[in-house]
Design a protein around this ligand. Structure first.
Ligand SMILES: NC(=O)c1ccc[n+]([C@@H]2O[C@H](COP(=O)([O-])OP(=O)(O)OC[C@H]3O[C@@H](n4cnc5c(N)ncnc54)[C@H](OP(=O)(O)O)[C@@H]3O)[C@@H](O)[C@H]2O)c1
Length: 320
């Protein structure tokens, strides 16, 4: 049986997710239907989702081994450079869809199979290593700001946990849209780097100079009360993650008195991915990249993400 190199979850380890990561050989993927194609991978990036998978969140033992990775840029069967939209229709999943590495094998491999309709042309002039940051974290941030947060009607935005992949995306995009952006981070070094992106950096929990119209929440329990307190009347608090815990206590009096909207969201649509690629291309916005690691040393990328020290995306170069 033909084999390829891949990074996959071979078991679950909630306390030490890196111990559940295996880098080794897996069978070559075969398209499960005529409208699926094989993509030769050029660049991918890591997401907190990959750590959740290693912890056993969203996967069952029966699905192991599962190749990790949601993001990808590669070559389609005709050799054209493409960005892979990572959401796949999945009958049987309560959401109706799943993200690559949940039901279908992920992108941290030499090749991945996806529906041909999930392929989006790589914009001219955009590096594969930059575009590989966009389909998950940046797409999520784009939808949080635009479709859900209605940022076009907003003057100010708060981004919590600003060192993260989604969070740095939200900061860079909101700054490029001309908004006043506040961003919290626990780390002084990351606050300096957030300031360099054009945001006002704050310590977690600090009182903002103003109440904001849109809050970008991926941290959860550790920051949610601050998000509520920082929200202006009629503000939108958009939630796509809960890294520090998913059961915060919520002051409902504040929610109704200030007429706040708390909106959940996941990923984005193919149309939103096209919009995001065009916005980045037209405005010369490029992802915040923490580090680029060769695929041959993918474990180092996981360790970097798990350390919490990363600022922006950890990218994996499959050509190195
Ligand atoms: N629903 C979706 O479609 C979707 C898509 C992408 C991501 N997500 C979710 O969004 C979350 C972030 O993902 P990511 O890939 O951006 O993760 P990441 O790059 O690992 O960033 C996580 C950030 O959260 C902050 N953080 C972690 N623990 C914290 C704590 N106890 N207190 C305060 N801040 C804390 C940190 O910011 P500082 O170090 O700066 O404080 C860290 O940089 C994850 O839970 C992920 O599953 C969801």
């Amino acid at each position: 049986m033909p084999i390829m190199r891949a990074a996959f979850a071979s078991r679950f380890d909630d306390a030490d997710p890196l111990a559940a990561l295996t880098v080794g050989e897996r069978p070559e993927p075969t398209p499960p239907a005529d409208d699926w194609v094989t993509v030769q991978l050029r660049a991918t990036s890591l997401n907190h989702h990959d750590l959740w998978s290693l912890r056993g969140v969203g996967l069952t033992e029966a699905q192991l081994p599962m190749i990790l990775g949601c993001d990808a840029v590669g070559l389609d069967p005709e050799g054209h450079p493409v960005v892979v939209y990572p959401v796949v229709v999945t009958p049987g999943d309560p959401r109706g869809v799943s993200i690559l590495s949940e039901h279908f094998a992920g992108t941290l491999a030499e090749r991945v199979v996806v529906p041909r309709s999930n392929l989006v042309p790589l914009p001219d002039g955009m590096a594969a290593t930059d575009a590989a940051c966009l389909p998950t974290a940046w797409l999520t941030a784009w939808r949080m700001l635009t479709t859900k947060g209605r940022v076009a009607d907003a003057d100010s935005v708060l981004v919590q946990g600003a060192g993260g992949g989604v969070a740095t995306a939200a900061v860079a995009l909101a700054v490029a849209m001309g908004k006043r952006v506040y961003a919290t981070s626990r780390d002084a070094g990351k606050r300096d780097r957030i300031s360099a992106l054009g945001a006002t950096a704050m310590e977690p929990g600090a009182r903002l100079p103003e109440r904001v119209d849109v809050v970008i929440e991926t941290v959860g329990e550790a920051t949610f009360d601050h998000s509520l307190k920082s929200a202006a009347p009629m503000a939108r608090i958009v939630v796509s993650g809960a890294t520090s815990g998913h059961e915060p206590s919520i002051n409902l009096r504040r929610v109704f008195a200030m007429q706040l909207e708390i909106l959940g969201t996941s990923m984005g649509t193919p149309g939103e991915l096209y919009e995001l690629l065009a916005f980045c291309s037209d405005n010369e916005v490029r992802p915040v990249v923490d580090s680029v690691v060769p695929f041959s040393r993918v474990e180092e990328g996981f360790a970097r993400l798990h350390s919490g020290d990363a600022f922006g995306k950890v990218v994996i170069d499959h050509t190195a």
